[in-house]
Write a protein that binds this ligand. Structure first.
Ligand code: GLC
Length: 571
C-alpha cells in the first residue's frame, strides 16, 4: 500500500464545517448596489441579513478578484485585489465584518490551476525567452511536427477546442505553445515549480490574515499533470470536468452514464496531495478552524476521499451525489458509498445539488434527454426540462439532502426554486463554452442569471437601475424572495423550515440507518431520531404514524405522494 492509499482517521470531531450548511454566492448575479447590472460586494453586504435569516452557517463567494472576466472571474489577474466591478478591499473587509457579526463564516475561492493571461506573471513569461525562469511558471512547450506547427499533444480544452495556444516570440516568429485546460486566456500554472508554490502560500496568508474562514479550491484535481504530458482522448460524451461525468439525471436514462476507463493525465494525479499537505500546515498556523474544500471531479468516491485525509483538505464536493439520477436505488447507493468512503478517513461527507457550473436541479431532475456536465440546456437542446415536475423533485431532493449527516452546499437561488433559464438569446450568452464550441454546447449561463429579490422592483430588486448582465425571465416575479417570504408551502419557507429543523434535531451530526419495508422506489432512513422518507417512485406510499416535522409537498392524509420527502418523528 503506498502512502496515497493509506487511510487515516485521526481528526478531532468538533469543527464547525463538519455539519455546516454553506451557501454559495455567485457575486456577479447576487445583488448589484451600483446599478451597472453586475452584482458586487456592497450588494452582498446589504443582503447578508436575509441569508442569516434563512439559517445557513457560512457563505462561499465565487471569485471577485481582478480579472478581465473572460470566465466570469475564474481568470484571475491579481489574487490579492478586488476587481473594480465588485468593489474594493475595503468593501471586502466590510462584508467580512458584517458576515462575522451575523455569525456567518466566509469562504473565498482560490483559483490555483491557472491564472489569467492578463496576470503580470504571464505577461512576464511571454516577454521572456523560451527556457527562462519566467516561462517555467507556466507550461510552455515546443510544438510537434515540422516547424513546431502542431500542438505539443492532443489535449482538448474543457471549454472546447485545443488546450494549447501558440505564442509569437519577441522577434516576431511563431514560438512555443502554452497549455490551458480552460480558455486560452487561462494559462495553466506549472505546479512542479517551487516558485508557484511560494506565490500561493503568500496568497493564502493574504486572505487568512484578513480573517477569512477558508478556501474553496478551484479545479483541485487538475493542478498536477502526468509526467511527459501524454496524449489522451476522453470517452465520447464524457462530462467536461472529469469524474464519471456524462450522467443523465432523469430516471430511465441512467444507462447513458459514461465511466472513464483510466485517469486522464490532467485530472486526479497523485502529486496534488503534497500541495494540499503544505496548505493544510499553513491553515493550521491560524486560529480557529479554517477550512479547505476541494472542487475535484473524481471517481470513485474512495479515491476522492484521499483528498480529505486529516493532513490535507477538510471537504471535497460530492459531485457523484450531484450527478446521481432521481432513482431510489441509485440514491441509496451513493449515500452509502459516500459515508463509507469519507468516514474511512475521518471526514464527513458533503452533499450538493446545484452550483454555477451545472444545470439547476429544479430543471436537471426533470430533463428528458441525457445532458453531460458543462453542456447546458438552451432553446435548441433535445430533452427540454419539465418545469413543474422539476421543481417538485428539486424540493423533494433538497429535503432529502438536508436530512443527511455531514455538510451541505446550497447555490444562490435554489431556495427560491429557480429553474435553469433555457431561452437566453445566443447574443446574451457569455460562457466561453458557448463561444469555443461554436454554439454546439450552451454552457452554464442558464444557472447564472441574476436572482430575484422583489417581485415589483426593477430587475426584481437585483439592481437599482433594472440592469442585469443576463436577461431575467418575465415569470420570475412570483419566484422573488419577497413573494415567497412568509407564504406557507413556498420553496423559501421550505428551505427555512428544513434548516431550522436540521439544527434542532442535530441531523447534520447524526448517523444514518436505513429503513426497509417501503419498496424499491423509496429512500427511507432514520437519522438523529428523525424518520426520513422520500418517495422517488410513481405510486403513493403509506406513511407510518408519527408527527410530521417537515414535508416537501402537502401530504394526502397518511400517504406520501410521488416526488415528495417527509421528516417524521415516530414512536
Ligand atoms: C471551476 C469553476 C468554473 C470555471 C473553471 C475554470 O470548475 O467552478 O466555473 O470555469 O473552474 O476555472
Amino acid at each position: 500500500m503506498d502512502d496515497d492509499t493509506e487511510l487515516v482517521a485521526t481528526r478531532p470531531a468538533d469543527e464547525w464545517w463538519r455539519s455546516a450548511v454553506i451557501y454559495q454566492i455567485y457575486p456577479r448575479s447576487f445583488a448589484d448596489s451600483d446599478g451597472d447590472g453586475i452584482g458586487d460586494l456592497a450588494g452582498v453586504t446589504a443582503r447578508l441579513d436575509s441569508l442569516a435569516d434563512l439559517g445557513i452557517d457560512a457563505i462561499w463567494l465565487s471569485p471577485f478578484y481582478r480579472s478581465p472576466q473572460n470566465d466570469a472571474g475564474y481568470d484571475v489577474a491579481d489574487y490579492r485585489d478586488i476587481d473594480p466591478l465588485f468593489g474594493t478591499l475595503d468593501d471586502f473587509d466590510t462584508m467580512l465584518h458584517k458576515a462575522h457579526e451575523l455569525e456567518l463564516r466566509v469562504i473565498v475561492d482560490l483559483v490555483p490551476n491557472h491564472s489569467s493571461d492578463d496576470h503580470v506573471w504571464f505577461k512576464e513569461a511571454l516577454a521572456a525567452a523560451p527556457g527562462s525562469a519566467e516561462r517555467a511558471r507556466y507550461i510552455f512547450r515546443d510544438g510537434r511536427g515540422p516547424g513546431g506547427d502542431l500542438p505539443p499533444n492532443n489535449w482538448e480544452s474543457v471549454f472546447g477546442g485545443d488546450a494549447w495556444t501558440r505564442v509569437t516570440e519577441a522577434d516576431g516568429t511563431p514560438g512555443q505553445w502554452y497549455l490551458h485546460l480552460f480558455d486560452s486566456s487561462q494559462p495553466d500554472l506549472d505546479w512542479s515549480n517551487r516558485w508557484v508554490h511560494e506565490q500561493f502560500i503568500d496568497v493564502l496568508r493574504f486572505w487568512l490574515d484578513r480573517g477569512v474562514d477558508g478556501f474553496r479550491v478551484d479545479v483541485a484535481h487538475g493542478m498536477v499533470k502526468a509526467e511527459g504530458l501524454p496524449d489522451w482522448t476522453p470517452a465520447e460524451g464524457a462530462g467536461s470536468m472529469g469524474g464519471a461525468g456524462g450522467v443523465s439525471l432523469s430516471p430511465g436514462l441512467e444507462s447513458e452514464a459514461i465511466t472513464q476507463p483510466d485517469t486522464p493525465p490532467y485530472w486526479a494525479q497523485d502529486g496534488v496531495h503534497a500541495i494540499f499537505r503544505e496548505w493544510r500546515s499553513v491553515l493550521d498556523e491560524y486560529e480557529g478552524d479554517r477550512v479547505l474544500c476541494a472542487e475535484a471531479w473524481v471517481d470513485p468516491l474512495a479515491k476522492l476521499a484521499l483528498w480529505v485525509r486529516s493532513d490535507e483538505m477538510d471537504q471535497a464536493f460530492n459531485f457523484t451525489y450531484l450527478e446521481t439520477p432521481w432513482s431510489a436505488p441509485a440514491i441509496r447507493k451513493v449515500v452509502d458509498d459516500s459515508i463509507a468512503a469519507f468516514s474511512s478517513v475521518g471526514a464527513p461527507s458533503t452533499w450538493v445539488l446545484s452550483n454555477h457550473d451545472v444545470v439547476r436541479h429544479a430543471s436537471r431532475l426533470a430533463l428528458t434527454a441525457p445532458n453531460p456536465q458543462g453542456a447546458g440546456v438552451g432553446p435548441r437542446s433535445a430533452g427540454q426540462p419539465i418545469p413543474e415536475l422539476g421543481l417538485r423533485r428539486a424540493r423533494a431532493a433538497t429535503t432529502l439532502m438536508l436530512a443527511l449527516p455531514g455538510s451541505a452546499y446550497l447555490y444562490q437561488g435554489e431556495e427560491l426554486g429557480l429553474p435553469e433559464v433555457v431561452d437566453l438569446p445566443d447574443e446574451a450568452r457569455e460562457d466561453p463554452t458557448f463561444r469555443r464550441t461554436g454554439g454546439e454546447k450552451y454552457g452554464r449561463d442558464g444557472c447564472r442569471v441574476p436572482i430575484p429579490w422583489e417581485s415589483d422592483a426593477p430587475a426584481y430588486g437585483f439592481s437599482p437601475t433594472g440592469a442585469s448582465w443576463l436577461p431575467q425571465p418575465g415569470e420570475w416575479s412570483e419566484l422573488a424572495r419577497d413573494a415567497q417570504a412568509g407564504v406557507p408551502g413556498s420553496t423559501l419557507e421550505l428551505y427555512r423550515a428544513a434548516l431550522a429543523e436540521r439544527v434542532a434535531s442535530g441531523l447534520g451530526t447524526g448517523a444514518l440507518s436505513w429503513l426497509g419495508g417501503f419498496g424499491d422506489s423509496v429512500v427511507a432512513f432514520v437519522n438523529a431520531g428523525v424518520t426520513v422518507i422520500a418517495n422517488v417512485g410513481e405510486i403513493p406510499v403509506e406513511l407510518p404514524i408519527g408527527e410530521v416535522l417537515l414535508s416537501s409537498e402537502a401530504l394526502d392524509g397518511a400517504t406520501l405522494p410521488p416526488d415528495t420527502t417527509v421528516w417524521l418523528r415516530t414512536e
